[in-house]
Design a binder for this molecule. Structure first.
Ligand SMILES: Nc1ncnc2c1ncn2[C@@H]1O[C@H](COP(=O)(O)OP(=O)(O)O)[C@@H](O)[C@H]1O
Ligand SMILES: [Mg+2]
Length: 393
């Protein structure tokens, strides 16, 4: 397995991207028609190989020096008849040269032999967050997506977002993506999921941010089982520093598997009495049924400051737990961003909610980097009801 970044003029870029997607073992990590942007994105992602169309080199002489210093291999694609092109490739210390006459044939072999394989990557042992609520429409997906992007930015580390709202998941549309491959494609017909399969299903949606989308059709959810989710989470945390799991309400086997696996459960509530009542019940299950620690289950108050007559202080009293994070109401910005098919934090980075999520991400990164990771996880094999009756150990 290796990752490829493509920098090329528009017409050729689309063709190359299509070819790269069909090369076994190659994962497209990004593409751009601007060399400067390509270098910026590659600085964050460190691809296995950067493929550059010579036309972009002719337009960006000022960037040659920077290219000679990049830590990943660079391959240039140019016309074999152009002697100047060969010289440019030498100047930027390209590892290889692909001829425009035969590129469709040569691309797989040249990329495979030049790219740095993924096998050498670090074992990350990432922190797993599950974003949960007993209610729909409280902002779980909004938080999952925007926190994911903010964590990647604050930590400069890879982040995966798994959409476990398996029937009506909307992580992909919220980032403006229509996924071709989903969780369903990853698990159908198999009991064992491996790292290569997961990597092929992940879709890059921003710098260092990858999503594993929910199935396209609700009926496909039937094929997904709790033990698939445990395997997938284990594989994701080996390759990503942060893993965020968006969920649908309910104590399904799959959600319970994710709760057990999580380092931190972010329980989202809003300042209204009906939501608070069910969130209170959910917290009781976490603390008294599952015996999770007060640190593992944290409360996120979304739409805080809304004039609902319920104050933050009342909320902490009703839930008998402190509110760990407060996210303000942000008017129509979240809906506008979703309608424009872009995450809020990308579209309106200075909006109230974007800033609050960035602050939350900065806190979480500081906390994560500062603390020693816990010992390997013990996963409960007991079904949900049996676990509710279990005595604390
Ligand atoms: N803090 C907020 N301010 C304004 N609108 C919000 C806020 N949080 C969420 N929303 C909006 O509320 C709706 C439900 O949010 P969503 O994240 O889909 O909830 P859930 O995933 O819990 O069902 C969306 O239209 C979203 O844009
Ligand atoms: Mg949702």
């Amino acid at each position: 397995m290796f990752t490829v970044y493509v920098a090329s003029e528009e017409g050729l870029r689309t063709q190359i991207v299509e070819h790269v997607k069909n090369i076994p073992g190659a994962v497209l990590t990004g593409s751009s028609t601007e060399l400067r942007q390509a270098l910026e994105e590659c600085a964050a992602e460190n691809p296995g190989v950067l493929l550059v169309d010579d036309t972009l080199l002719t337009q960006n002489v000022g960037l040659y020096e920077q290219i000679t210093r990049v830590p990943y291999p660079v391959v240039v694609m140019a016309s074999p008849a152009d002697a100047e092109a060969a010289r440019r490739a030498l100047t930027i210390r390209a590892k290889d040269f692909i001829s425009l006459d035969t590129w469709t044939h040569d691309l797989p072999a040249i990329l495979s032999r030049t790219a740095t394989p993924l096998e050498g990557e670090v074992h990350r042992d990432g922190r797993v967050f599950v974003v949960f609520s007993s209610k729909g429409g409280v902002g779980k997906t909004t938080l999952s997506v925007n926190l994911g992007i903010a964590l990647a930015k604050a930590s400069r580390q890879p982040v995966a977002i798994l959409d476990l709202d398996i029937q009506f998941g909307d992580v992909a549309p919220m980032v403006g993506d229509a996924p071709l491959v989903t969780l369903y494609d990853l698990v159908k017909g198999t009991r064992h999921v491996d790292q290569d399969m997961v990597k092929r299903t992940l879709k890059r949606v921003a710098n260092n941010v990858y999503i594993l989308a929910a199935p396209n059709n609700p009926e496909e959810a039937d094929d997904i089982r709790a033990d698939h989710i445990v395997q997938i989470l284990q594989l994701l945390r080996e390759t990503h520093s942060y893993v965020i799991v968006d969920t649908a309400p309910g104590y399904t086997d799959m959600n319970v598997a994710a709760f057990d696996f999580a380092d931190t459960i972010l329980t989202v509530c809003t300042p209204d009495v009906v939501t608070l009542r069910t969130v209170g019940q959910a917290l009781q299950v976490f603390y008294e049924g599952f015996h999770y620690s007060r640190d593992k289950v944290r409360i996120v108050l979304n739409r805080s400051g809304s004039k609902t007559g319920v104050e933050t202080i009342d909320i902490a009293q009703v839930l008998q737990s402190p509110v760990s994070y407060q996210l303000p109401s942000d008017g129509s910005y979240p809906v506008r961003a979703a309608n424009e098919g872009a995450p809020l934090i990308v579209q309106f980075p200075d909006s109230l909610l974007s800033r609050a999520v960035q602050h939350m991400a900065a806190q979480l990164v500081q906390e994560t980097e500062g603390r020693q990771r816990s010992t390997p996880k013990k996963l409960s094999k007991l079904p949900f009801l049996a676990r509710l009756r279990r005595k604390p150990q």
